[in-house]
Write a protein that binds this ligand. Structure first.
Ligand SMILES: C[S@@+](CC[C@H](N)C(=O)[O-])C[C@H]1O[C@@H](n2cnc3c(N)ncnc32)[C@H](O)[C@@H]1O
Length: 177
């Protein structure tokens, strides 16, 4: 189902709960507002897991980490099919919109914490960030390649840890349905 076109259709039927996972940071403010309004019209609780919050911490530190992560965060705001994306601002907007429509909201951190043994996913992330840096930063391809080589050396040496900040939220309408 295409949730851009058919969100309302997805919410039809006898539902008890709406869940999303790793979705809200992809959507536009308009689509998020639509989800909140449609859920509120049906007095449905919403559990939205794993919204990226803009924080990446990589250890050990490498030269140009800051620029590479800033480039990643710029890319977070690009259109993923729903219009320009909320990216790291998604969870905060969802909390404020749900509260505005009479929901109570519980939220908490759900960071990815990747240790030296999580090599495959670290490799995927580092490669993706380097590819994005070519599009979103002023760093030269040589500098980006050096950064990736340094990070891969830390990974191969069992020294690399990554923390990628995420938020989960549970929004429930106040009162009974
Ligand atoms: C980051 S992935 C998360 C996947 C899964 N929910 C999870 O937590 O692992 C984002 C998901 O949103 C889906 N998606 C993106 N645009 C969509 C759209 N317009 N309609 C329905 N699903 C969409 C993608 O197919 C993808 O599965």
């Amino acid at each position: 189902m295409d949730l851009v076109r058919d969100l309302e259709l997805a919410l039809e039927g006898p539902l008890d709960l709406v869940t999303t996972s790793a979705l809200l940071d992809l959507v536009s403010p308009e689509w998020l507002d639509r989800l909140v309004v449609e859920a509120a019209a049906r007095r449905l609780p919403v559990y939205a897991a794993l919204s990226y919050d803009g924080r990446v911490m990589a250890e050990p530190a490498c030269c140009h980490d800051r620029e590479i992560m800033a480039g990643f965060n710029l890319h977070q705001r690009t259109d993923k099919g729903f219009g320009p994306a909320l990216g790291p601002t998604a969870a905060a907007r969802a909390v404020s919109r749900f509260k505005y429509l009479g929901y109570q909201v519980v939220q908490g951190g759900s960071d990815w914490v990747l240790g030296p043994d999580d090599r495959a996913i670290q490799e995927e992330l580092l490669t993706a960030w380097a590819e994005l840096a070519a599009l979103t930063t002023a760093l030269s391809s040589d500098v980006i390649a050096q950064w990736l080589a340094q990070r891969r050396a830390h990974l191969a040496g069992g020294r690399s840890t990554l923390r990628v900040g995420h938020t989960d939220l549970f929004a429930s309408p106040i009162g009974t349905r």
